[in-house]
Design a protein around this ligand. Structure first.
Ligand SMILES: Cc1ncc(COP(=O)(O)O)c(C=O)c1O
Length: 391
């Protein structure tokens, strides 16, 4: 007799993983691949972070469970970061330390929504938002963010639809487009959501990684917003799995109970290391300067027809190229596979981020070294014309 499997957890496959697997096979066979597919910093966290972790390992208390919301000194340290960085007062009691922002989303969805609730979110967007919603029985309502609207989600269309969602999830800077919303845009959407009873979740994981502005936190504009953040990107601590989320008063109790049952508490040694993450902003800023230079190298060095009407990439470390102008219009999955095997450059097809129009786009991460960006531009420029002739 067939045993039960879930009928609801129909989470789509992540195509970026197929690229990663193919890349590993090629490297095992001796190929030298340039990695533009990975969404993580190529540099380690500041030395002080490693030192704080090492010294914590010799302390007996760090071997036990943390409380569900995380270690109080780290929550206070994060609150101090909000005062320093944004001039924003935050009560540490509202800050929950999570194993990466990924768990911050899980907690937020479970605490704020019921099965069947409709949550608006942009497309293209980070695929785990949508996939996690589907796994939890929530209904993602996709808001197109296209070149014609400056790659900002079309909120007017949502408002005009007459059917209000229960929640909304936005990221600024955004993955995969690198779009940074202005403070006025964030303020307007915070106010609109609050007035209309729409629970807003703001993903601020790419804060710090902006090239033309220093965005305010959505906490400045709303008491009902949930802000999710992490040590993974600006702080170069992707594998440490430490993030945080700031919840409004009415969600604190349910979130605490959920956290106790979902993961008990975040890893204590990693929290001890994260305490030192805010001590050296200038060292972290050097990486941001390199990302800006990397972006400029790709924008100048890649063939114009490969870039097309690409998104502005004013933040994060992604270039979302529009490949639809290429002669023979290959789809992004085919092009990514050929580019990996023939030019030795790995990048992510847009279909992971946008199931409708992602075949026309490629995401290139410029979190690597400047030398890699130059070499990738050279390889793609040398290879592309010959490849297009074969189509
Ligand atoms: C927009 C966005 N949010 C959240 C995450 C999850 O990050 P983490 O769980 O490492 O904090 C990512 C990872 O790439 C991301 O791109």
């Amino acid at each position: 007799m067939a045993l039960k499997t879930t009928s609801t957890n129909k989470v789509p496959a992540f195509l970026a993983m197929a690229v990663m697997n193919a890349t590993k096979e090629l490297e095992a066979a001796g190929a030298e691949v340039i990695h533009l597919e990975v969404g993580q910093p190529s540099t380690p966290p500041p030395d002080a972070v490693n030192r704080a972790l090492t010294s914590a390992l010799s302390t007996v208390s760090t071997h036990g469970y943390s409380v569900a919301f995380g270690e109080w000194p780290l929550r206070e340290r994060i609150a101090a970061h909000y005062a320093d960085w944004y001039g924003q007062k935050v009560d540490p009691a509202k800050i929950a330390i999570t194993p990466g922002s990924s768990l911050g989303f899980a907690l937020s969805f479970l605490a704020a929504f019921d099965r069947g609730d409709r949550i608006a979110l942009p497309t293209p967007g980070y695929p785990a938002y949508r996939n996690l919603m589907l796994a939890m029985g929530l209904e993602p309502v996709l808001m197109p963010a296209r070149a014609a609207q400056g790659w900002v989600p079309d909120l007017e269309a949502l408002k005009a639809s007459g059917k209000l969602p229960d929640g909304m999830l936005l990221a600024s800077p955004a993955n995969p487009t690198g779009v940074v919303m202005t403070d006025d845009e964030v303020r307007d959407i915070c106010q609109w959501c609050h007035l209309n009873g729409v629970r807003l979740i703001m993903d601020e994981i790419y804060h710090g990684l902006t090239f033309t502005s220093k965005p305010a936190t959505a906490l400045a504009f709303s008491d009902s917003v949930i802000v999710v953040n992490s040590f993974s990107k600006f702080f170069c601590m992707t594998g440490w799995r430490v993030g945080w989320a700031i919840f409004p008063d009415e969600l604190l109790e349910p979130v605490e109970r959920l956290a106790q049952n979902l993961y008990i508490g975040s890893p204590r040694p990693m929290q001890a290391g994260a305490m030192a993450a805010f001590d050296d902003y200038p060292a972290l800023q050097q990486h941001v300067d390199r990302y800006r230079e990397n972006r400029d190298i790709l924008m100048r060095g890649l063939p114009a027809e490969f870039l097309g009407e690409s998104a502005p990439c004013d933040g994060a470390f992604y270039l979302y190229a529009d490949i639809s102008g290429l002669a023979g219009t290959p789809d992004s999955v085919t092009l990514a596979d050929a580019m990996l095997r023939e030019a030795g450059v790995a990048c992510t097809p847009g279909v992971d981020f946008d199931q409708e129009q992602g075949m026309r786009h490629m995401r290139l991460s410029f979190a690597g070294s400047t030398a890699d960006m130059k070499e990738a531009s050279r390889r793609i420029g040398d290879w592309l014309p010959g490849y297009l002739k074969t189509l």
